[in-house]
Ligand binder design. Structure first.
Ligand SMILES: Nc1ncnc2c1ncn2[C@@H]1O[C@H](COP(=O)(O)OP(=O)(O)OP(=O)(O)O)[C@@H](O)[C@H]1O
Ligand SMILES: [Mg+2]
Length: 321
């Protein structure tokens, strides 16, 4: 495995103790694989990945294990984590503008990455930067190199950020809602370029999104998070064809389908995701919103159990295989 996370917990100090926002997450990413992480807002998707990169908020208590290419990231000194980020692990966030230096031309910023991280000559770095913009299907790539970040559209800036993350040829790219603020055409172009990079450069990808549709086309495996835990994980095809957890079923039912009847409101999962401070370790966090909850669901925390090859579900109502 390229990345193996086990028992990851992230908690923040709060009045009278602490509040856990990630509550024992296990996940693994093989080289060249795409793992999709989905779940409603606040379920802990971002905190899971930020914590293992040493980017959790101030005061965060991070425990458990995250082994990347044989090295433990939890507890690794910041200076070493900083060396990994943007080098062997690339990062792309939703808010792309903050990642670019405003007063530097795009071409200089991209080339600098290669000069600093890979010791490339300025000429070679520029040529490679141009090539990466071409791979990412940025219109008029040579012209873009001479532009400043504010001169680009949001979609183009996001692709420049992705180019920057990929120029170091990271073994792992973590993309957190990389297309959420963009229109569907740009979104599709970005997802296509991820697929290309995965196929050609063998880059492993963790794709975080609250939108199942975004991960559907790209992920090899999908992990569904609810209230700081993974409630279901499976190969993507299997998850979409035979979801087992009531929460996953609800998410899928609220996803627009090309082959479904046009128009009409989509059924949403009733209720709200819980406040992390109100989540207990007794009982299933989804039980209050679940249509098939039984008494055991309120009393005992369901543990993930195998229901098929590489398919795990944490639900009392699902029979283990
Ligand atoms: N610095 C912090 N201090 C305390 N709580 C935090 C901090 N950062 C995040 N949280 C809380 O952690 C929980 C999980 O947040 P996280 O950002 O991981 O959710 P998410 O699944 O990525 O949601 P979204 O889809 O909205 O991005 C949320 O309840 C959030 O309020
Ligand atoms: Mg997030």
């Amino acid at each position: 495995m390229l990345l193996e996370v086990s028992g990851l917990r992230v908690a923040y100090p709060a009045r009278g103790g602490e509040v856990a926002v990630v509550r024992g997450v296990d996940l693994a990413v093989a080289p060249g694989e795409c793992l999709g992480i989905v779940g409603e807002s606040g379920s802990g998707k971002s905190q899971t990945m930020l914590a293992i990169l040493g980017l959790a908020g101030p005061g965060a208590r991070v425990s458990g294990s995250a082994i990347f290419a044989g090295e433990e990231l939890v507890g690794m000194p910041q200076s070493r984590l900083q060396g990994l980020r943007g080098d062997r692990i690339g990062l792309v966030f939703q808010d792309s503008i903050t990642g670019l230096t405003p007063h530097m031309r795009i071409g200089d910023q991209l080339a600098e990455v290669l000069v600093v991280h890979r010791g490339a000559s300025p000429g070679a770095a520029r040529a490679e930067a141009l090539q990466m913009l071409e791979v990412l299907q940025i219109p008029e790539p040579a012209y873009r190199l001479g532009q400043y970040p504010h001169e680009l559209s949001g979609g183009m800036r996001q692709r420049v950020m992705i180019a920057m993350a990929l120029l170091c040829r990271p073994a792992l790219l973590i993309a957190d809602e990389p297309t959420t603020a963009l229109d569907t055409t740009v979104q599709a172009a970005i997802l296509r370029s991820f697929a290309k990079l995965k196929a050609h450069a063998g880059t492993a990808l963790v794709l975080i999104s609250h939108d199942l549709g975004v991960v559907a086309g790209l992920a090899d495996r999908v992990a569904v998070m609810y209230a700081g835990r993974i409630v279901e994980s499976a190969p993507a095809e299997q998850l979409f064809a035979t979801p087992r957890h009531p929460y996953t079923k609800g998410l899928l039912a609220s996803m627009p389908r090309l082959d479904g009847p046009p128009g009409g409101p989509l059924p949403a999962i009733e209720g709200q995701p819980p406040d992390p401070a109100a989540v207990a370790d007794t009982g299933c966090a989804f039980a209050p919103r679940c249509g098939i909850a039984r008494p055991a669901c309120m009393a005992d925390l369901p543990q993930p159990a195998a229901v098929g090859p590489a398919h795990r579900v944490a639900c009392h109502a699902v029979e283990p295989a």
